[in-house]
Design a protein around this ligand. Structure first.
Ligand SMILES: C[S@@+](CC[C@H](N)C(=O)[O-])C[C@H]1O[C@@H](n2cnc3c(N)ncnc32)[C@H](O)[C@@H]1O
Length: 321
């Protein structure tokens, strides 16, 4: 009852603000994943149910969808939006890094898996979640607001060296100066909100500020939520979760995510992914997948024009043999 009330409230809020997340490359996702025989569909990042609705609209009436997310508010909206599908939909709060355990008896019997990395529009526009560099809010940035360290906790304890490495690994060319500015701000006791963090970055980055701000916020968010580690674990578990002929589709939004998917898909389709120069292959390659996309698919110019947040999307798909 409480959950239903909360869903109704969030629903009204989001509808007023037109805050539904537009599902990225939904035509590609449904074309690859949903076939007449697809019976168990797993949406590992159900969010506010954009892709889930598209997939259920196309799937057979005998199919079921298991929707997973770490974010309680997103699940409340998904629950309201998917109500029309009754007991064909099961929603679970959890981390897709533990996909096999979350699926219980369905593990090994799944016909379609979707992972849509990143954050939803609902999370960006909800200022107090702390994901946006131009909306004032607490520095939280957790997908699961009930667990783990917030961005503020992380920034209050991280070393200069670790912060510099983190920013640099997400492509920030001025990582040294930005890390120094952030820690200077912390030491002066004024690093509690998104705008505090943004102003520390702006103090040392004078050109292309928006790009640096996006990179810094992305790097910290990914660190707070262990995003790369979770993705790696989920991708490694796909071979156990899918049934024979089952397909997995992964949408990534930056090169560190795409590299994880590309490497794992190559390794599980029998190709060696050892570093160049390795004399004896030891990468553990096995041939369990067929690559359905040799190169990643990207959104059309039309989609990017109507939904700019799709611009960096890359989609890779495999089928279990
Ligand atoms: C890009 S949004 C998904 C949007 C969704 N496909 C739609 O069309 O509405 C990504 C979602 O994944 C969730 N998420 C991120 N990492 C997760 C993880 N490790 N386990 C479960 N959910 C996760 C986020 O909370 C967010 O709601």
């Amino acid at each position: 009852m409480v959950e239903t009330m909360r869903a109704v409230e969030i629903n009204r809020f989001a509808e007023r603000q037109h805050h539904w997340h537009s599902p990225v490359m939904a035509d590609v996702v449904t074309r690859f994943l949903i076939r007449p025989t697809t019976d168990v569909i797993v949406d590992c990042t159900v969010g506010t149910a954009g892709h889930a609705l598209e997939m259920l609209n196309k799937a057979s009436e005998k199919s079921i969808l298991i929707g997973i997310d770490m974010d309680e508010s997103a699940l409340a909206i998904a629950s309201a939006r998917l109500r029309q599908y009754g007991d064909r939909v099961v929603l679970k709060r959890g981390n897709f890094a533990r996909l096999s355990q979350l699926l219980g008896p369905y593990s090994g019997k799944v016909g379609a898996v979707l992972i849509d990395c990143g954050i939803s529009k609902l999370q960006i526009v909800t200022s107090d979640r702390g994901f946006s560099f131009d909306r004032e809010g607490r520095l939280d940035m957790r997908f699961d607001t009930g667990a783990g360290m917030t961005a503020e906790d992380v920034l209050n304890s991280i070393s200069f060296r670790k912060l510099k490495e983190l920013l640099s690994s997400f492509g920030e060319a001025r990582a040294v100066a930005v890390a120094r500015a952030i820690l200077k701000r912390r030491d002066s006791g004024r690093l509690a909100t998104t705008l505090d963090l943004a102003s520390a970055v702006k103090a040392v980055v004078k050109r292309q500020q928006a790009k640096s701000l996006a990179r810094v916020f992305l790097a910290i968010r990914a660190y707070v939520n262990h995003e790369l580690e979770n993705l790696k674990q989920a991708v490694d578990s796909l071979k156990d979760v899918l049934n024979r002929g089952g397909r997995a589709c992964i949408i990534t939004y930056h090169s560190a995510e795409d590299a994880i998917v590309k490497t794992a898909f190559r390794k599980y389709s029998g190709r060696c992914v050892c570093p160049p120069g390795t004399l004896v292959c030891n990468c553990g390659r096995v041939e369990v997948f067929r690559l359905l996309t040799r190169k990643p698919l990207t959104p059309s110019a039309d989609e990017i024009a109507t939904n700019p947040s799709a611009r960096s999307a890359k989609v890779r798909v495999v089928e279990k043999m």
